[in-house]
Design a protein around this ligand. Structure first.
Ligand SMILES: *Cc1c(COP(=O)(O)O)cnc(C)c1O
Length: 359
């Protein structure tokens, strides 16, 4: 047998890597440390019991989209939902990307943007963020002018840095771009302002969000896009029919009855983030960057990898970015419960002390 060969352009791709180690404090993948309320689970399970499992789910997920639209004060025709915002992004790329169409993004940023672009055959043009991990507008405008990208990714708050982009910058990029601007707001609810305000039928800009982080529902895979109606209509043609199953649709709808609880968790996590930020700022061997998300990026003067190893040895798993271009020696910690955050901070302090004792 000769094995069929995958597309040649896929040969250099590697899959998504984030080690899942068995540790007691897991602060590496930006999930919520809190489960959704028990009353949510009860209401969701009751809906599942009543569901017609022999029938296909609502193909357009109309009720879910209507609920999300109400929650955000947008018309329902501006909302598209899919299995995690990664499937939303993939649908956007299948619709607006492809060979001969470039996608521009600003590194360091969320690795899945380039990955999904490549899987859909879309060539990637890489811009670079400034020393504070912001997008430099004149540089962005020059790249847009030169490369004429069909798609521009703006991740705000940016993963892994947490950097929040000014709305004026995003609007200026949208004005200059010849095609679509995708604003990935997976962490939007943790930030002070949102590009949802910029959505308009006369602007080629779409915002993507997810239930994985703020809604404490990473296990269920639900994300959505908010954009002009004409764009949502195109996505509906491309996505597979019945892609969003009845359990996921019900979860998304029922979760919207617990907005106050969600906002309470967000508020609490933002307070914890600022507490960790202040503690890291006081560490002499650490440089921490301001964040509008539920995580913090920090650089270790004693070498990122060694600090990461020392934390793992103490049962604390965070995300190692130390060998990524542009974030050398940097680690990213997800905000956890107050107890988990204390464990992280005291372990980090120990690791840093040890490294200076040995120096
Ligand atoms: C976590 C994350 C997502 C993916 O979320 P899912 O909805 O779980 O697919 C998208 N974008 C960014 C920047 C993220 O960090």
């Amino acid at each position: 047998m000769t094995r069929p060969r995958p597309r040649p352009d896929l040969q250099t791709l590697s899959g998504y890597h984030s080690p899942q180690l068995d540790v007691t404090v897991r602060l590496n993948t930006n999930e919520s440390p809190f489960p959704p309320p028990a009353a949510f689970v009860d209401a969701w399970v009751a809906e599942l019991r009543a569901a017609d499992l022999n029938r296909y789910p609502d193909r357009g997920a109309e009720q879910l989209r209507g609920g999300i639209a109400d929650h955000l004060g947008q018309p329902p025709a501006r909302v598209f939902a899919a299995n995690g915002s990664n499937e939303v992004l993939q649908t956007l790329l299948l619709t607006y990307g492809g060979p001969e169409r470039r996608a521009l993004l600003f590194e360091p940023t969320y690795a899945l943007h380039a990955h999904i672009a490549r899987i859909t055959g879309t060539p990637v043009v890489t811009g670079h963020r400034n020393d504070h991990f912001g997008i430099d507008l004149p540089n962005a405008l020059e790249l847009i002018e030169r490369e004429s990208p069909e798609i521009v990714f703006v991740c705000s708050p940016n993963n892994p840095s947490g950097t929040v982009e000014a709305l004026a910058t995003i609007a200026a990029i949208a004005d200059a771009a010849p095609g679509l601007v995708i604003v990935d707001e997976a962490y939007g609810e943790f930030a002070p302002e949102s590009a949802l305000r910029l959505i308009d039928n006369d602007r080629a800009l779409v915002v993507t969000r997810t239930y994985s982080k703020v809604w404490s529902l990473a296990a269920l895979r639900l994300g959505f896009a908010v954009g002009p109606q004409w764009l949502i209509e195109e996505l509906d043609k491309v996505v597979l029919p019945y892609h969003l199953d009845v359990a996921t649709q019900a979860a998304g709808r029922v979760a919207l009855q617990f907005v106050d609880e969600m906002q309470g968790r967000v508020h609490h996590l933002v307070e914890e983030r600022e507490r960790i930020f202040a503690a890291l700022r006081d560490e002499p061997l650490v440089e921490v960057f301001p964040s509008g998300a539920n995580f913090l990026l920090f650089r270790c003067a004693t070498g990122g990898r060694a600090v990461w190893d020392g934390l793992v040895a103490r049962g604390v798993l965070i995300r190692d970015f130390s060998s990524w271009p542009g974030v050398e020696d940097c680690l990213r910690v997800t905000v956890g419960t107050p107890e988990e955050n204390d464990r992280f901070l005291s372990s980090l302090d120990e690791v840093l002390r040890e490294s200076t004792d040995h120096a």
